[in-house]
Write a protein that binds this ligand. Structure first.
Ligand code: ADP
Ligand code: MG
Length: 506
């Protein structure tokens, strides 16, 4: 378990994430304006009457966004509510000119209810992170304060775009149920899993750099073994894995210090400062009551039918958790290896392409990927926020690796030569592994006849050592193997050499 050492003992972390992902859809949640806002689009060219809060405009629910939410809900093993409602949440800030945000109230069933997401826990085992809910709501626009010395500008292109907010569950009635996030690394893996599920389903680009995925981070600490939860703080609007991890750690240490100095933590909303990695109080936490949720009289309840759910379920692709199960069951991979290979759908696609249905090679390909490819960031930029990792791995392709593993399996080359070919490929040597092996004369000598001839020569040339070996100094076998490897320029298959030597010296 991840703990932080304080002056007076060890502390554990309790983390709750509220993740917002921008729903992929042609139009906004309640208006026909394009939802494809992006920095190249001129400000306010994709903002309709509803988005700009014109009086008398009636919102119309975009049913596709509801389907997207259902799809995501099915992807996180969640209950889908047959009926849910939209309400107005008080919001007074110029980036949302309606004066309220249309959302789904916290005390009512949202579109997506209880579910869970499986991640790799810090102990290397699969861990279920419970989800409390996921609801649809409107995004706000963007204010620009740095364009003019005395004026601020508002761009409403993003206003009203559908967001799906996914909230993790903390079982406060049963604090020993540890199906929640307990470390900065688990938080990152959880967010990556959300991202991969959303991308695999086409529900969102879920790209933190582009702002299509953001998270509010709730953190509290408690002494190891403590049975209740303590007060948490919430750090708003985090947009990078790195900052999220840093904010969690900073907040946890700050709270520990307060407790250890005899103070109490207040339930504040915090702001994170990217430049020095600290947090400061933005406002003290308003109660849900202060939002004054008000049922939106312009919108009918959202009714979802079983047929609708089943129609969407039928379109679901394989999700990372299912992929992991397939890797452990069909390929005999460990849970850890399966988790590493499904951190991202591009990685698993790469792996599947390399294996190409040939289960025999799967374990070896997995080993090469995890211990070699992942270790070479010039080839494998998995930490890169950009999508399209397969493209990023253009130096070594899936078929390159599968060919290399194949050659090894067939004893065409030995392990040392395989590593050499691998390094050459990384260095940009052109050609397939087979071509590279040919070019550099790397061939494993497996022709037993040829090896026997060489072994005979060595035995004839070293009668004294043969005598010693036969009288019990079996450690000399290594000497003979070395001689044979030298004679073959390192190309002999060491296992074959060993076997022949043992036979001839017996
Ligand atoms: P709010 O309505 O104030 O946003 P929620 O009850 O929706 O609060 O909880 C927001 C998030 O904070 C959830 O992910 C929840 O699991 C998490 N959370 C609640 N209590 C704690 C706590 N004591 N420590 C850490 N996280 C918490
Ligand atoms: Mg909340």
């Amino acid at each position: 378990m991840f703990t932080i050492k304080g002056k007076t003992g060890d502390w554990e972390l309790v983390i709750g994430l509220e993740t917002h992902i921008e729903v992929l859809s042609n139009s906004k949640l309640f208006s026909g304006a394009s939802a494809d806002y992006n920095p190249t689009v001129a400000p306010n060219t994709q903002a309709g009457m509803i988005d700009t809060g014109m009086p008398g405009m009636l919102p119309v629910l975009n049913k596709f966004c509801v389907d997207q939410a259902i799809k995501f809900g099915l992807g996180i093993n969640a209950e889908i509510s047959k009926i849910s409602r939209f309400a107005r949440k008080q919001y007074f800030y110029p980036d949302l000119p309606q004066g309220y945000q249309i959302s789904q109230p916290a005390d009512e069933a949202p579109v997506v209810g209880r579910g869970w997401i499986e991640i790799m826990g810090d102990d290397g085992n699969p861990k279920k992170v419970l989800i409390e809910r996921a609801h649809l709501e409107q995004d706000a626009g963007k204010l620009k304060h740095d364009v003019h010395p005395t004026k601020s500008f508002a761009d409403y292109n993003r206003t009203g775009v559908a967001l799906l907010e996914i909230v993790t569950f903390l079982d406060t009635k049963n604090p020993e149920n540890n199906s929640y996030i307990t470390s900065p690394d688990e938080a990152e893996r959880y967010l990556r899993e959300i991202r991969e599920i959303a991308r695999a389903l086409g529900v969102s680009k879920a790209n933190m750099e582009e702002g299509s995925m953001r998270a509010d981070v709730n953190v509290s600490v408690r002494r190891v073994g403590e049975k209740t939860f303590r007060t948490r703080t919430e750090t708003k609007n985090m947009v990078s894995f790195k900052f999220i991890k840093s904010a969690i750690e900073y907040e946890a240490r700050r709270q520990i210090e307060i407790y250890e100095n005899g103070g109490t933590v207040t339930q504040d909303t915090m702001r994170y400062h990217q430049d020095d990695g600290t947090t400061s109080v933005m406002r003290s936490k308003e109660d849900a009551l202060d939002y004054r949720y008000f049922p939106d009289p312009d919108l009918l309840p959202v009714i979802i039918t079983d047929e609708q759910i089943e129609r969407i379920r039928a379109t679901m692709p394989e999700l990372p958790s299912r992929t992991r199960a397939r890797y452990t069951a069909d390929f005999g991979l460990s849970d850890y290896d399966a988790a590493r290979l499904t951190e991202n759908t591009n990685i698993s696609k790469w792996f599947d392409t390399a294996v190409n249905g040939n289960a025999k090679n799967a374990k070896s390909i997995a080993n090469w990927m995890i211990s070699e490819l992942f270790a070479h960031p010039e080839n494998w930029d998995e930490r890169n926020e950009k999508s399209g990792i397969v493209d990023d791995m253009r130096i070594i392709t899936p078929s390159d690796l599968s060919e290399l593993v194949d050659m090894l399996g067939k004893n065409t080359i030995n392990g040392k030569q395989a590593k050499e070919i691998f390094i050459k490929m990384l260095d940009g040597e052109s050609g397939t592994p087979r071509e590279i092996a040919d070019k550099f004369g790397m061939k494993q000598m497996t022709d037993t006849g040829a090896i026997e001839t060489i072994v005979d020569d060595i035995i004839a040339a070293n009668p004294a050592q043969v005598e010693q070996y036969k009288s019990g100094k079996v450690g000399l076998l290594g000497f003979f193997v070395g001689q044979a490897m030298k004679k073959t320029g390192g190309t002999a298959n060491p296992a074959v050499v060993n076997e022949i030597l043992r036979k001839k010296l017996a």
